[in-house]
Design a protein around this ligand. Structure first.
Ligand code: DI6
Ligand code: FE
Length: 406
């Protein structure tokens, strides 16, 4: 039971989209009390507890939502792939580019060559850009190192970004992103390296909060992913999966089999895979930025996900190859326009369901007991957050009860 017998901050004259109930969970003419970085009371302004607040501030009728959460990014990387983008628009195929040393491997080379400081300096503006959109929590994957030293380097840079900013950074080991050149003819040997050497070091250094893999014909088989996931489970790390992005690789079912927090992409997920996810409680993380950039035409099975009541999250998938989009607002906008998610699904997908996809129960809605991670908006209704394209609208970001300066 949360007691409200003291307040660090009382925010008044606001409207809340709590995302904790139907129709955005709206509370009009409201107030929110914050103590010790947590929400200790919320409700109609007329019912505010008679407690002295250290600070009392009116938000002049503005809307408040949970701070946004970007639950799927690859935002630590070096190098640039805009040249590939231009090549593709001139007709080159992925295969041509990959054969010429482009694609993921071009980012891997640049990331291996970059120092930790260079990776940090390149990634910090991406974190700040997300925060400027109202993002309080960001997931950052490794996966451009593909050897022990560079994967550890990426994860420690991601941890540093959390230490240096007011964002909560959750890190994910994605060493099973693609087969590195040193193991070109021995993918299983690379899986051995991940399971027997890299994962134990990552756990010992507390460098990752979860483990991810790319289950796809151009990456790793279900059996290879299963070996990584079994080892992650032995070491106590939850898993998530890049699943069924380019083909039905049974990724959704594999994610469900291992109790994954989420299965991500899912354009080619099967009905059986969706049923498995529903039974396992896995979140579907949809990544419209990659769908758009790849020129994909196969939509994720959104109606089937809805019918099976699989929670749907939306994320940027910020990466230099398939989703050069460092914007959760644009991911929400694309979720509505490309995937025809409703504005409420888009906002839930970047708050409540994104928190669930990261296994974080202390955020994602505006409720008593949750972290005081709040976004204050210059909008007339929360639906605008998936409606406007490229319009900032953030008035204030509060994380852990403290305002993050713009
Ligand atoms: N799926 C993707 O779309 C990205 N990784 C993955 O597993 C591609 C990353 C890149 O092209 O750099
Ligand atoms: Fe991704």
């Amino acid at each position: 039971m949360i007691r409200c017998d003291a307040m660090d901050l009382l925010l008044t004259n606001l409207r809340i989209a709590t995302m904790a109930g139907p129709d955005y969970g709206v509370i009009e003419n409201a107030a929110i009390a914050i103590e010790g970085g947590r929400i200790t009371w919320l409700g109609p302004l007329a019912d505010v507890p008679d407690v002295d607040a250290t600070e009392r501030r009116s938000l002049d009728g503005r809307w408040v939502t949970p701070a946004l959460i970007d639950c799927h990014t690859h935002l630590v990387f070096a190098g640039d792939r805009s040249g590939e983008f231009e090549q593709r628009l001139r007709g080159a195929s992925y295969e041509d580019i990959a054969r010429a040393g482009g694609g993921i491997m071009s980012t891997v080379k640049a990331t291996r060559d970059a120092s930790a400081d260079e990776l940090y300096s390149a990634a910090l503006p991406r974190v700040l850009a997300l925060q400027a959109e109202g993002v309080g929590t960001i997931e950052i994957k490794s996966g451009y190192g593909l050897n022990i030293e560079s994967e550890l380097k990426m994860l420690s840079v991601a941890r540093q970004l959390g230490d240096a900013t007011s964002a909560t950074i959750r890190t994910t080991l994605l060493a099973a992103h693609t087969v590195p050149p040193e193991f070109a003819d021995d993918a299983d040997g690379y899986i051995d390296l991940i399971c027997n050497e890299l994962l134990p070091e990552v756990v010992a250094g507390r460098l990752a909060d979860a483990v991810d893999a790319y289950c796809e014909s151009i990456a790793f088989s279900a059996d290879q992913v299963a070996r990584v996931f079994a080892r992650a489970a032995e070491l106590g790390l939850p898993v998530k999966l890049h699943a069924d992005q380019l083909s039905d690789s049974s990724g959704a079912a594999l994610a469900a089999e291992f109790g994954a927090l989420s299965a991500d992409h899912l354009e080619y997920a099967s009905a059986d895979g969706i049923r498995s996810m529903a039974r396992a409680g896995a979140v579907a993380v949809l990544l419209p930025g990659a769908f758009l950039t790849l020129g994909e035409t196969q939509l994720p099975p959104i109606d089937a996900l809805r019918a099976a009541r699989v929670p749907i999250a939306v994320a940027s998938d910020c990466n230099p190859g398939t989703s050069p989009i460092c914007s959760i607002r644009n991911a929400m906008m694309l979720g509505a326009r490309l995937f025809r998610l409703t504005p409420e699904e888009c906002l839930a997908g970047a708050t409540r369901e994104a928190a669930r996809a990261l296994g974080l129960e202390d955020r994602g809605t505006v409720e008593v007991g949750k972290r005081a991670d709040l976004a204050v908006w210059e909008i007339s209704h929360p639906r605008e957050l998936a409606y406007w394209i490229g319009t900032p609208q953030l008035a204030e970001l509060v994380t852990g009860g403290h305002t993050t300066p713009p």
